[in-house]
Design a protein around this ligand. Structure first.
Ligand SMILES: C[S@@+](CC[C@H](N)C(=O)[O-])C[C@H]1O[C@@H](n2cnc3c(N)ncnc32)[C@H](O)[C@@H]1O
Length: 258
């Protein structure tokens, strides 16, 4: 995946909907004295802003693999520090009271190794807070994979299919974290986002999951891909009388406190 393909503008078209789980995640972090916090995969700073509001006296940094995203975040929150970094390689110079990762870990492999590594950057009493879309089996994503299998472009799609990690079960994450944390809280929420018809669904995923599929294609192929994708969506999502489609969106939440 070309990480630069993330577009802050496209992503923020659904800012309220995308920030809601970020808020729900932060609400579940227990009250403790947070002096240093990091927003992993901070995107355009919408999730970082929640940390700033909750911990106005803390030093808050954001990291993201996309320079466009960190630039946008810096514009939004000039007092915070932002750095371009891959979470998998990230080696901070200090430890934190909160490691917060909203809607990013699904792009990283091997959660067993990664989450264990991150614990080394967390102070005693601190929390690791993670939210990930758990939607790979939703019709939206099955349809993406089916369209990607079209022989016209299948050879260019192998990387796209591999960009998202399989999300583990709640018991996988519980057993991974519980031996090292005093308290582990895991839950699943299914949001139902009212979107403007099938085009609303396409618009939503244009800012996230569709990117790796569309980026290897030229503009004609992109139009063909989206046309086929739309036809498949029509088999699973029916607009209501007012044209709105409710998009079910399951997300897993994990808050582990040392
Ligand atoms: C879905 S957005 C989440 C943005 C924000 N945290 C929010 O709550 O809305 C995912 C972000 O993760 C970043 N990202 C993806 N893979 C990454 C990696 N390996 N390391 C750091 N950031 C990554 C992307 O650039 C993007 O900005």
């Amino acid at each position: 995946m070309r990480k630069t393909d993330w577009s802050p503008g496209q992503y923020l078209k659904f800012e309220d909907e995308r920030t809601r789980p970020a808020n729900d995640l932060l609400s579940a972090v227990p009250n403790h004295d947070v002096k240093f916090a990091v927003d992993l995969g901070c995107g355009p700073g919408n999730s970082t802003e929640l940390l700033v509001k909750r911990y106005p006296h803390a030093e808050i940094v954001g990291i993201d693999s996309s320079a466009d995203m960190t630039a946008k975040a810096k514009e939004r929150l000039p007092a915070c520090e932002f750095a371009v970094a891959d979470i998998d390689m990230w080696q901070p110079q200090k430890t934190f009271d909160l490691l917060y990762a909203n809607a990013v870990m699904q792009w990283l492999p091997d959660h067993g190794r990664l989450f264990s590594r991150l614990m080394g950057f967390l102070n005693t009493g601190g929390s690791l807070a993670i939210q990930m879309p758990d939607n790979l089996q939703e019709a939206t994503h099955v349809a993406m994979r089916e369209v990607a299998a079209d022989q016209r472009w299948a050879a260019r799609m192998t990387q796209a299919d591999a960009t998202r990690s399989e999300i583990g079960t709640a018991s996988f994450y519980y057993q991974l974290l519980r031996p090292h944390y005093q308290h582990v809280d895991i839950w699943l929420t299914i949001y139902h986002h009212p979107l403007q018809g099938l085009d609303g669904i396409i618009e939503w995923f244009n800012g996230s999951a569709l990117r790796p599929y569309l980026s290897p294609l030229n503009s004609d192929e992109r139009a063909d891909f989206l046309d086929k994708y739309r036809q498949r969506l029509a088999q699973s999502y029916e607009p209501m009388d007012d044209g709105v489609v409710l998009l079910p969106f399951p997300r897993i939440f994990i808050v582990a406190t040392r």
